[in-house]
Design a protein. Sequence first.
Length: 124
Amino acid sequence: MQYNAGVALITALDDYQIKSAADGIPTGSIVKPNSEALSLKYGGIFDIGKNYSNPHCQHRSGLDIDIGMANFQASSYHTQLVANLEDKLLAAGYTFPEGSESPYATPTEQSQPGYHWHAHYDGP
Ligand SMILES: [Zn+2]
């Protein structure tokens, strides 16, 4: 992942934690975002298992991350946590170029196995 995109991501995740705690969500209930697909500094995908069935969109420029949503969907604080994560990613310069892999996915899309957000760093 490129330097500025990484710094912005860390900022977004820190701000998400701070906002969620300020909202009164117990520390142990604040879902830690996880990713299984982060683009490498000079592009390409980080595929340890060599088992990606097809190329992930836009994981070539060092500006993209996939964030798994399963742990969020299982949380009783789901609505507030995803709102905070979305707000902080947007504030840090990330966008969601794929509708079906975003906070704006339809309920059907969100119910698919492996539902995740694809966030792309556009800069400040
Ligand atoms: Zn992706």
